[in-house]
Structure formats: C-alpha cells, structure tokens
Design a binder for this molecule. Structure first.
Ligand SMILES: [Zn+2]
Length: 284
C-alpha cells in the first residue's frame, strides 16, 4: 500500500481556522491518535507532513511508531514574510532569520525543511496564481542552507517560474506544481526531484459551488496531462493528497488521489508511484 507524501495533520478538510484554533493551545492527542489509527487501518505505513506552527505534525511524528507508521515532519513550513503560506508556518525576512528557523527545526526533531516558493492556484481564474515566484537566487540560498545542515527540501511551488527556480536550486520535492510548461516538465525529469502533484486538491473542489467548475475541470485536465507527460519523460512522481486542505479528508483522499493519478499514468501507475515514494522515503 502506498503512503501519503503530503498531509497536514492539523487540518481537517472542513475549515482551517477552526481546525487550527482547536489545537492552538496544544496538540489534541486523541484526535491525532484517531487519525493515525485510521491511516494504519487502511494499510498506510508512510506519511509526510507539510508542517504547522503549533507542533501538531511534530507530535504525530512522535506517536506514529505506535501505529507502525513512518512519519516525517518539517515541524513548520517556512515562507517569505508577507507571502503565501504564513498562516500555517513561520516566516523570515533575512537569510539569518531563515537559518535560525532551520536550526530550530533541527533542535525540535524535524526531519526536513519545507519552504513556500510560490502562491496558490486562484481557483476562480484559470492560469492565475495568488503570489509571485521566489527568485532563483533566493531559492538557491534557502535550499543550500538546508542541504548544508543535512536536510532535504520540500517546496510548495506552482507555476513554471517558481518550479524551475527551485529545481535549478536543487530542491528534493515539488508540491502541487500547477501550470508547468513542457520545458519545466523536462527540467523536472532531468533533476531527479520528486513531483507530488496533489490532484485531489483540485478535483475535490468540483461541484461544490465554491469555485467555478469551468476553471476546475480544465485545470484538473491540464494537471493530469502534465503528470502523464512528465512520467513519459522519466520524472519521479509520488502520491500526496495535501489531506486537511479544503474538501480533502484524511485517509479517504489517498484512494481518490490514486484514482486521479491512474487516469493519467495508466498501467504503469503502481510502478511509477512506488518508485516516487521510495525516493521520498530515501531522501526525507
Ligand atoms: Zn500542503
């Protein structure tokens, strides 16, 4: 059984503010244990968290062994101050501040570094992202500082510019990766980095009335086409759901993501996803 290479233990897929408020004071251990037990009951033995600022994923990583689960956490994600992602993590303005955060991840027992190098898809407008791309120079400084401390780097990155900059800077995994052009897909394949396309974060929004299906359907189709193209070029691809994101529920999302990836990858799905997860397990 494949694992889930991108979850947020703190979130519940319903309403992020309420989910965060619930565990702001301290992680809800009973809730975490329930989720871990549910993953274990589904035969899932590997989880990689995308981080949170309240130690919930970190606590989960300490409990997961009791459920036979290998759990990897970056503790919190790290973003550029004033940019997308700060609601769930910690931010920096200078490289010195960033290095202090990397040190803190090490001290608290984190397993890797998660950085945010782009915005999110604007689900109300096809082709639009909510924030600017991180420059190559900044990506290089962030990723090399993490590598120097022995950490692999997971990057939230959408759009060709951000993904290309992160790949050139040596990132280990690319999360989401919406709207990639052919050149960037080729660069992805050549880099050996793992792409975690989180298709279910798009697919599960369809039909809810929150965002127009006229945007969601072509975006889903584009992402699946890009997954197929990347795989044909030899890119490494892994299953990750972003569980906890809106309408993406812990546990059930794994099969949904698998089905979406299978539509894109066909008969080679298992072989490709096993290799992708193997690479993530080895690096992270
Ligand atoms: Zn995430």
């Amino acid at each position: 059984m494949l694992g889930d290479c991108h979850i947020h233990m703190i979130l519940d897929g319903v309403y992020y503010r309420a989910a965060i408020d619930h565990q702001k004071e301290r992680p809800d251990e009973a809730l975490i244990r329930n989720r871990l037990a549910d993953y274990a009951a589904r035969g899932i033995t590997f989880l990689r968290d995308g981080g949170d600022a309240w130690g919930v994923g970190l606590r989960a990583s300490q409990l997961a062994g009791e459920y036979g689960i290998t759990y990897r956490t970056p503790v919190f994600n790290i973003c550029r101050r004033g940019h997308y992602g700060c609601f769930l993590g910690r931010s920096f303005e200078t490289l010195q501040e960033y290095r202090a955060l990397v040190d803190e991840v090490a001290e608290r027992g984190g397993h890797f570094i998660k950085i945010m190098v782009s915005g999110l898809m604007d689900f109300s407008q096809f082709g639009v992202l909510t924030d600017t791309a991180c420059s190559y120079e900044l990506c290089r400084d962030l990723i090399s500082a993490a590598h120097d401390r022995g950490f692999a780097v997971m990057a939230h990155a959408n759009g060709s510019e951000a993904v290309s900059n992160a790949l050139r800077a040596g990132v280990d995994s690319v999360e989401h990766g919406a709207y990639l052009d052919r050149e960037t897909l080729c660069q992805l394949a050549e880099s050996g980095a793992v792409w975690v396309p989180t298709l279910v974060t798009i697919a599960n929004l369809r039909g809810l009335g929150r965002f127009p299906d006229a945007v969601l359907e072509p975006l889903k189709a584009l992402q699946q086409q890009n997954v197929a193209e990347a795989a044909a070029m030899g890119a490494k691809i892994a299953l990750g759901t972003d569980a906890g994101a809106y309408a993406v529920y812990h546990g059930t999302a794994v099969q949904q993501e698998y089905d979406l990836l299978r539509e894109a990858l066909g008969e080679r799905t298992d072989e490709i996803l096993r290799a992708g997860e193997g690479e993530i397990r080895a690096r992270f």
